[in-house]
Design a protein around this ligand. Sequence first.
Ligand code: BJW
Length: 286
Amino acid sequence: QLPKEYNSITAFHKKLAESKRILAVCGAGLSAASGLATFRGAGGHWREHKATDLATPGAFRRDPGLVWLFYAYRRHMALSVKPNAGHHALAALAKKNPDFLCLTQNVDNLHQRSLHPPPQLKPLHGSLFTLTCSSPSCTWSSPNNYASPLCPALAPAASSSSLSQLLDPSHPLDPIDPKSLPHCPDCHSLQRPGVVWFGEPLEEGMLDEIDRWIDAGPVDIVLVIGTSSVVYPAAGYAEACRTKGHTSVVTVNLDADQNRQTLNSLQEEDFAFAGDAAELLPELLK
Ligand code: BJW
């Protein structure tokens, strides 16, 4: 039995008007309307590879050139598109409500480009535009690096004219010699994208700040936007907020009306809105 008003925008507006502390947990679906691929489901492949298989330390160890091409392509794509109305609606909410915190799993920099106030945005999985050193004992890092291509070997992923060939798995890829990839200026190990891969820890200071924010008082609303909610710790924050008090969990997802898990987990105070986050968020948050 679904809650009576679970998909009523009017009922949600009433809840929003009486809410103070709001958390958003965002995923790749938020950037889909901007033109960026998601990780799972349709579009979750890059050439013959599952995107989630390339986002691992093991894949980088085995074939750093292939993984760098995947990330060079995503840097190029992220620089070619714009934040959408969903990003702008979240940034506007942050500007008018100091008690709103936005956690994003996205590394595409689109929240930042929508001028979301930085203290109210926690990029859980890092950024495509931060370069770090792949050696665990080296702390070198270079944020806000927008060079594209990063080096000549990655040029095929950074120009619109070569993309159709790069993305066609029937065109074999020339292997990239790791020597031609960018190296750390301090220790000469390979540079890598400053993102969090499976099995790697998220930034501890950021996680502590999020825990302190959740512990600081009941969270009235958790917006779960465009995420499959399978990757932790992001997938655990809505339930963490529920344990602290009375929280409405509000799912905004293309599949919100078909996803059995979402529908079965709805509690009386929850909402689920099915559709494109870029269309729904401006309507929900106005
Ligand atoms: C739309 C739409 C539209 C489409 N509008 N909607 C507890 C339990 C079980 C496992 C674990 C656990 N804690 C940790 C783990 C292990 C692991 C994990 O969670 N594994 C699960 C798969 C089971 N977690 C980790 O390893 C994390 N690290 C960690 O916990 O470290 C602990 C540690 C401590 C000390 C030492 C060592 C370790 C790290 C996780 C890192 C995830 N990394 C990636 C890659 C990031 C870089 C990159 O972008 O390349 O993050 S994987 C990938 O998945 C990426 C995404 O951010 C993440 C989530 O995906 P997301 O955003 O949900 O996308 P999709 O595609 O899955 O879903 C899109 C959704 O949008 C769909 O629902 C569509 O319907 C919808 N949609 N269009 C609205 N227009």
